[in-house]
Ligand binder design. Structure first.
Ligand code: SF4
Ligand code: SF4
Ligand code: SF4
Length: 373
């Protein structure tokens, strides 16, 4: 799909005519983080960028956890992924110098940023990227068939059997996370980090979190992680930017970040609203299910309209035929009458002629008899 996200939201708002209303509502609502009351015990992960060394162990652990074909339907039809072998072996850390994104072959990537202003990490800042597992995910709101959903554990999971491949989720995601298996002719899937839902459902930390040798990621209840993050900032005010990324962005996310440099310097989007983008996509796309629901009625209406048009045409045809027949009969009658009149006239003339001839013959006979006397 070539529609940019900006264009998508612009068109969505324009389509529903709520653009100005949404902006006004945003200003008076306060933060969405305060509004989201669902799943208070949901899990989260706190990622501390001051600790990451870019070793890619977490990438390797993600692959190890999610490449198994047999475990493709791990929990409640949510698949692990059947991830392909990596193009670059996980012990080659030079790839972290590229600006990699998540892909159909990688739920998570670690990239290096300069981070010149950092108190620590003179050699650069490494950022692990994966799905943020938003509190109120735009991807799920944009999905017409409910193939993506937020679970009570905090994971945003995907059901491949429900997905129709429209890829609206990719357009809606503000973090550019979901990818698509374009190269697969049959049963292509939307691919994104599952938060290791099969582990999460058992209260276990995701594989990448558990694997990190440097304790970069902390797994726990999101509410507690938020407190821990703020305490860490308070204890080391010179080490961290005084903001927890994901606390409020797009209504809050399950994955939270601490950074030693302004977040835009390590590739985070810092211009996102604090309300869930789902409010926009849902509002815009809510008309679509309505169309889907109304479709049978619309089809029925079209059928009835066509039927009525056909009936009228049929009636008009019958009327025209009747008129033509009546006309033809009338014409035939008129012709017949004319013919009859002609025939009668002719018969009269013939009769007069015959009478005249008979009279003439009779007078000739009488004259001849008189002569012979
Ligand atoms: S998060 Fe941990 S495992 Fe992943 S690259 Fe950073 S240090 Fe290595
Ligand atoms: S980061 Fe993107 S894909 Fe992940 S839950 Fe949020 S909107 Fe969905
Ligand atoms: S949570 Fe699981 S699926 Fe997501 S990046 Fe970590 S290991 Fe991969």
């Amino acid at each position: 799909m070539s529609v940019s996200r900006r264009e998508f939201f612009r068109k969505s708002l324009a389509a529903t005519g709520v653009g100005a209303g949404v902006v006004a509502a945003t200003a008076t609502k306060g933060t969405a983080a305060e509004q989201f009351a669902g799943y208070p015990d949901r899990y989260g992960v706190l990622v501390d960028l001051t600790l990451c060394t870019g070793c890619r162990t977490c990438e390797a652990a993600c692959y190890a956890e999610n490449h198994d074909k047999d475990s493709n339907r791990a929990v409640n039809n949510e698949y692990k992924g059947n991830l392909p072998k990596p193009e670059v072996p996980f012990d080659d850390v030079t790839v972290t110098h590229q600006r990699r994104r998540t892909s159909p072959g990688a739920y998570t990537v670690v990239n290096r940023y300069e981070g010149k202003g950092a108190v620590v990490q003179k050699e650069g800042i490494f950022k692990k990227l994966q799905c943020f597992h938003c509190n109120e995910p735009a991807c799920a709101s944009a999905c017409l068939v409910g193939a993506l959903r937020k679970t009570k554990e905090g994971a945003v999971v995907y059901d491949v059997d429900t997905c129709i491949g429209c890829r609206y989720c990719m357009t809606a995601c503000p973090f550019y996370i979901p990818t698509y298996e374009y190269e697969k002719a049959f049963t292509p899937r939307v691919m994104k980090c599952t938060f290791c839902y099969h582990r999460l459902a058992e209260g276990r930390a995701p594989a990448c979190v558990a694997s990190c040798p440097f304790g970069v990621m902390t797994f726990g209840k999101r509410s507690e992680l938020l407190e821990a993050a703020k305490e860490r900032i308070a204890r080391h005010p010179d080490r961290y930017v005084h903001h927890v990324y994901g606390e409020e962005e797009v209504g809050g996310t399950s994955w939270l970040y601490l950074s030693p440099v302004p977040f835009e310097e390590v590739g985070f989007q810092t211009n996102l609203p604090t309300v869930p983008l789902g409010e926009f996509t849902h509002t815009a796309l809510s008309v679509v299910p309505m169309v889907v629901l109304l479709w049978p009625t619309l089809l029925g209406g079209l059928y009835a309209l066509n039927r009525r048009r056909d009936d009228i045409a049929e009636q008009e045809k019958d009327t025209a035929v009747d008129a033509a027949v009546t006309d033809a009969v009338a014409q035939a009658d008129a012709k017949a009458e004319t013919k009859l009149a002609g025939a009668l006239k002719k018969a009269e003339k013939d009769k007069e002629k015959a009478v005249k001839e008979a009279r003439e013959e009779a007078s000739k006979t009488t004259a001849s008899e008189e002569e012979s006397k």
